[in-house]
Design a protein around this ligand. Sequence first.
Ligand code: ADP
Length: 603
Amino acid sequence: MNILVINCGSSSVKAEVINTLNKKRLLKMTAERVMDNASIRFSDEEYPLSCKENGHRAVLEQAFPLLVKKLNGTIIHGVGHRVVHGGDAFEQAVVINDDVEQIISSLNRLAPLHNPINLKGIRIARDFFKEIPHIAVFDTAFHNTLPKRAKTYALPDELCKKHKIRRYGFHGTSHDYVSQAAADHLQTDIRALRLITCHLGNGCSLAAVEYGRSIETSMGMTPLEGLVMGTRSGDIDAGILTYLAEQENMSADNIDHLLNKESGLKGISGTNDMRDIIAKASNENDDAARLALQVFTHRLRKYIGAYAAVMGGVDAIIFTGGIGENSPVVRHRTCQRLDFLGAIINEDKNSAITLSEDAPIQSFNMNHSRVQLLAIKTDEQYSIARQTADLVAEKNKVNTTPVIPIAVSARHMHITQETLEQLFGAGYQLTERNPLSQPNQFAANETVTIVGPKNKIERVRILGPVRPKNQIEISRTDEFYLGIDAPVRESGKTENSAGCKVIGPKGEINLKEGLICAWRHIHMTPQDAAIFGVADRDIVEVEVTEGSRSLTFGNVLIRVSPKYKLEMHIDTDEGNAAELGRSAQGVLLKTDGKASLTKKKLR
Ligand code: ADP
């Protein structure tokens, strides 16, 4: 598909037509100084064209017809718009209609510098490219998988709810793109990798991407939190704000300007350009430049250590963005003495890195380093184009929307033969109590007691047949009761999950891991998947209606196998929240009254 990607900023608009099949750039356009003395430049022309009038609408109304003319009959199948803040309204890319515009506009106060301008671009483009689907791709969306403990600020709950104050995270398209590129490069399924992705450009953020899902990121409610950036402070003691307000008589606007425009590298050294800082730090022995470099890399190292701790280890650390891709100095300072983590830098390889279209990924770890160190050229435009193409394809499909039966799974244990024998005696075999809906699965007569630091839960049923790994699935409420913080995981992903004691009639065992809160999911056959237009590991939304009450479950994982029977599995907490009875059913959510699922792939 040919996708026009539009990134509409306050003073410049960047647009690109990308063929998503071969990643080829068909045309690039940049409009600069949009509000004053505007000019438009195309990739195939040396000199920019001066605009007759200024302002986003006037400039784009000149630029779009030129762009179409230059495409010379090449069809555009969709338009992807970068939108900075999706708030809690958009957890993934979405087909734009008037309602979506309205919601984006309601998020303006969360990103006053970006969202209103992004929306302006959307409105102008929708007026011009009327017949083509427009898709909004949000910088925040990739981080919608952050667990509550990572996205909650320790502020009064009521205030947070009222003002939607929580950590959202940004640079999502870049973190998403480079984490997938790393997995492809390492020829390892992303679901088996714990990655730390460092996007270091003018804005800087890093993310902990655990098994394909962002579970921590350094930017918060706004792009101000976290790392030191070109002109943004990143983390500071919030007490400084009230102190400055009093001491310097600063208004909210003054403080906003100070933290966003006058701080960071610029605040410390007078320049926001890392190239200048590095040159001054080495050539001119400039103390301020040296300090800026030290503070920048110190903060980054601190976060890398923290994110490795959050994930219980790390398999690859990725550097991207203008600084991450191009600065051996920053990579060196950040990665030296990370041996304790298993990350050993190869200085020669690091110094020799030159990324290009032909060589977009290069590694710079020693051969014996357990952790891979990678520099990867990010491609946010392509990432937006790809997400746009996915949604355009969905929109064009006809959806027959069959209903999905829903089963509420009570807490249960899958057990290995070895553990079964430890708990029930040598040679013990499970006995079937009743069959389950999934073929060949059964609830056993046998039950166990699971014990946490706070409480124990008796009569936890074992499901058969025995499996290669022990796994106990409980609800959030059970977790609180037991006093155990178990991660939300799909079945089978028990690495670094929680542990507990399990007691049977003939013995007990201390499981180091295996306790999870099961990720809600839908089992289906390949035939069902074809009907729904989804694939294994897609993430969808499901609307469940019971009586007059309906509830939408987001983040539902699709599992496809010829062995499965169509059924959605949720846990008891979720079943209670939706007040579900025994014959509950759900439908995959539609948008625009057409085929498109709100769908995202867990690659
Ligand atoms: P944006 O976030 O605006 O997309 P970029 O990703 O282009 O920005 O990153 C801009 C930053 O990258 C600037 O601080 C610039 O100095 C830095 N940078 C670019 N090339 C180099 C280099 N060779 N060495 C160090 N820093 C570099």
